[in-house]
Design a binder for this molecule. Structure first.
Ligand code: ZN
Length: 163
């Protein structure tokens, strides 16, 4: 069968930035599983995978609006250093988890001052054009439970404690 809405696809991917530098690579670990049509993966990758069969590969260039969105300048903020109390020493380039109104999210440390820290809460891949090499490992119909949950189950997918 072909990858389509409401199917579960298991796939390998290699992600490079616009210059060709490799950022992520699943080929030396486990493939990912995604429920197609449920927003599990970025739109540009999902669109590239529709219609592919097992064993097929695809190379796709994904602009920010089909990927992790544009960078939002308002997500660059200066916050009191005491906010980070208790963690490891802060250094520029570090990613740390912080509590926000939207729950825990990763932020990148930009600059560490005496009493304040400049942070960037944009997704690290926001604003970037991304190159994906994709390889389809498995395609199957989603189960009723997966459709209800909005994600794939099993290896490479969502692992429930009760499963
Ligand atoms: Zn589930």
């Amino acid at each position: 069968m072909k990858v389509a809405k409401d199917s579960v696809v298991r796939f390998h991917y290699k992600l490079s930035d616009e210059s060709g530098a490799e950022l992520q690579n699943s080929f030396n670990s486990e493939p990912l599983s995604a429920l197609i049509g449920a927003g599990n993966i970025i739109p540009g990758v999902e669109a590239a995978m529709i219609g592919l069969e097992v064993g097929a590969t695809a190379d796709v260039e994904v602009p920010p609006e089909q990927g992790y969105g544009e960078r939002n300048p308002s997500l660059m903020q200066r916050v009191p250093k005491k906010y980070f109390k208790g963690g490891a020493p802060l250094a520029p380039g570090m990613t740390v988890m912080v509590n926000t109104e939207q729950g825990q999210r990763p932020v990148t440390i930009i600059k560490v001052g005496m009493t304040v820290v400049d942070i960037d809460a944009n997704h690290p891949l926001a604003g970037k054009t991304l190159k994906f090499h994709l390889q389809v490992e498995e395609v199957r119909e989603a189960t009723a439970e997966e459709l209800q949950h909005g994600h794939a189950h099993g290896p490479g997918g969502h692992q429930h404690a009760e499963d």
